[in-house]
Design a protein around this ligand. Sequence first.
Ligand SMILES: *Cc1c(COP(=O)(O)O)cnc(C)c1O
Length: 400
Amino acid sequence: MSQSSSRHLDTKLAHLGLAEFDPQTGAAPVAMPAMRSSTVRFRSLEDLDRAQAAQAAGERRPAYGRGGLDTHAALEQVFCELEQGQYCALVPSGMAAVALGITAFVQHGDHVLVTDSAYAPVRLYDSGLAKRLGIEITYVAPDVASVRAAIRPNTKVLYMESPGSLLMQMLDVPALVAVAKEHNLVTVADNTWGSGYAYRPLELGVDVSVIAATKYVAGHSDLMMGAVVVGDNAALISTVKKTNYALGYSVSADDVWLALRGVRTLSIRMRESAANGLKLAEFLSAQSEVERVFHPALPSDPGHALWKRDATGSNGMLAFSLNVSAEQARRFVNALTLFGIGYSWGGFESLVQYVEPELVNPHSYWNHSTKPLIRLHAGLEHPDDLIADLTQALAIAKTA
Ligand SMILES: *Cc1c(COP(=O)(O)O)cnc(C)c1O
C-alpha cells in the first residue's frame, strides 16, 4: 500500500490504505473495495503453509475471514498512522475496544485504576463483567498524587480518558504515565475525543489507545466500530491479539469500507467542527444565563494550558451549566431546532444531551453545581445558524 512521506495528516489520509496495483494490468481502484469474505482459499498446501509461517512471524497474512482481508488491513494501517501505533485491532464498537483494552491485561485477583472522569459505561463493564471475573476496579481522581496513593501491589492497569467524558477535563497524561511506569502498570487511554487527529496518547507515553471509530473517524453517524491501537511493544501486541481472538470480535467489511471512506475527511471535518465548537463556547461564555462552559480550547478553561501543550487540535464537544431551573433547562433543550436530542457525537450533525447529575457526580472535576448541565456536539452546520438557534432557545428558557 502506498505510503506518503508527508508528515501532514491531511496528505497522509488521502494516500494511506490504498489498493495495490494489479501485477498484470498495473491498475488499481482508487477506492479500496469492501472485500467481503468469510475465508481465504489457497492454490496449494504450500501456499497455505507460507501464509501461516508469515502469520506466526507477526505478518498480517489472513488464512480465515474473522480478522478481515485487505479492506480491514487498510483501515488498520490508517489507525496505526493516526495514533502512531504498531498494531491495530478493529472491533465491533467503541465499548468493545474499551473492554478489550482492559481485559487483555488482567486476570483474576488483579486491580485496575480508572480515572474518575472516564466514559460512564466503563462502570457497567466493571459491575457487569469485571467483578464476576474477580477483577477489581477502583476510580481515582486523575492527578499524580491520587493515582500514586491508589496503586496497590496487585494493580496492573491504569485506564485514562483525556479529555474526560462530559466535562472535557484535560489530564496531565505524561505525568500519570510516569507514575504508572514506576509500578510497571500497563497504561490504556480512551482517545475517542482526539481520534488520532487532535490528540495522540501513544506519543504522550501511553501503551494502548482505544478509540470509538463510531464518532469522528466514521464521521457520518452511520456505523458502530472501535479500534485498539498498541505502540511498539511486542508483548502487549501479542496479548491484545490473543485476547481479541478469544473474544471472537469481527467487523463487517462494509462497515470498514464506510469508516475508510469517512476517515479520508477526518481532519477537515474535525477542524470545522472544532471551529464551530469554539464559536459556540465563546458565545455561551458571554451569556448571563450560562454559569460555566467546559471546552479545553477556551482560554478560560482550567485545562487550557495542558490542551495547548499536549493537543494538536480540538473538536466540537462542549458542555455548560445554566443558571436556570431544571425545568427551564429542559425547555431550552426542547426548543433547539438544529441540535438533535441524542447521545453520541462526531458526526456531521449537531447534537444535545441533557446530562443527568448521576453521570457527572462521580467526577472529582465536577464542582457539584446544582445547576443543570448540558452537553453539545457542534456539527458542520453554519455557526451563525447554530448560535441563532441557541439564542432563541435561551430566550424560551428564560420565560417564567
Ligand atoms: C461513544 C464512546 C465510546 C463507546 O463507543 P461505541 O461505539 O458507542 O460503543 C467510548 N468512549 C467514549 C469516550 C465515547 O464517547
